[in-house]
Design a protein around this ligand. Structure first.
Ligand SMILES: [Zn+2]
Ligand SMILES: [Zn+2]
Length: 164
C-alpha cells in the first residue's frame, strides 16, 4: 500500500518525501533523547524536541524510502563528540526535523508532530525507566526497548536486503 505523507519544516524549505509506511511509532523517554532535547531547546530559543512529559514521539522510517529536499539547510547536532547519532535541525527556521545516524542503523527517526497528519497510532513507549513520571506514561510501555520492536527493525532490514 502506498501512502502519501507531508513532512516539512515550519517554513517549508526542508521537506521529506516518504514512500511506503512506517516501521514503528514509539515514544522514547531515554536520558539521551531528553538531554538532547534540552540542549537543542537552549540553542533554539526553547524549541524542544521532547514533549512536556519527557517523551519524544518518533516515527521510524526506512532510510531507503525517504528523500530529503533542502538537505543542504540541515544542521546536525550531536549530544557527544564521536556519537553516530545526529539530531537534524532545519537551519532555515530552527525546526527539529529528525534523527539519523552516521552509517549503521537503516532507519531515520522522524518526529510525529512534523507530519501534516498522524501516520498511525503510537505503538509503544520505550525506555520508560528514565521518564520523570513513569506512572503517567500510557501503556504499552517498556523499561527498555522490547524484543517486539527490535523484531520490527530487523524485519525492515531484511526486507531492504531483498529490495522489497
Ligand atoms: Zn525551514
Ligand atoms: Zn531515546
Amino acid at each position: 500500500m502506498i501512502e502519501a505523507h507531508a513532512y516539512a519544516c515550519q517554513c517549508g524549505a526542508v521537506s521529506v518525501a516518504l514512500r511506503g509506511r512506517l516501521i514503528v511509532r514509539a515514544v522514547c523517554y531515554c536520558d539521551d533523547c531528553q538531554a538532547a532535547s534540552q540542549r537543542v531547546a537552549e540553542l533554539l530559543d526553547g524549541t524542544a524536541i521532547a514533549g512536556p512529559d519527557g517523551g519524544t514521539d518518533y516515527v521510524l522510517w526506512r532510510k531507503d524510502r525517504l528523500t530529503v529536499d533542502g538537505a543542504d539547510k540541515l544542521w546536525r547536532f550531536k549530544l557527544r563528540d564521536g556519537s553516530i547519532t545526529n539530531r537534524a535541525i532545519a537551519g532555515c527556521c530552527g525546526t527539529p526535523m529528525f534523527i539519523d545516524f552516521d552509517g549503521g542503523p537503516h532507519w531515520v527517526s522522524l518526529l510525529a508532530d512534523r507530519f501534516a497528519s498522524a501516520p498511525g497510532p503510537v505503538d509503544l513507549a520505550i525506555n520508560v525507566r528514565f521518564a520523570p513520571n513513569p506512572d503517567a506514561v500510557p501503556a504499552p510501555k517498556h523499561d527498555k526497548v522490547p524484543l517486539s520492536m527490535i523484531a520490527k527493525l530487523i524485519g525492515a532490514r531484511i526486507a531492504m536486503t531483498f529490495g522489497r
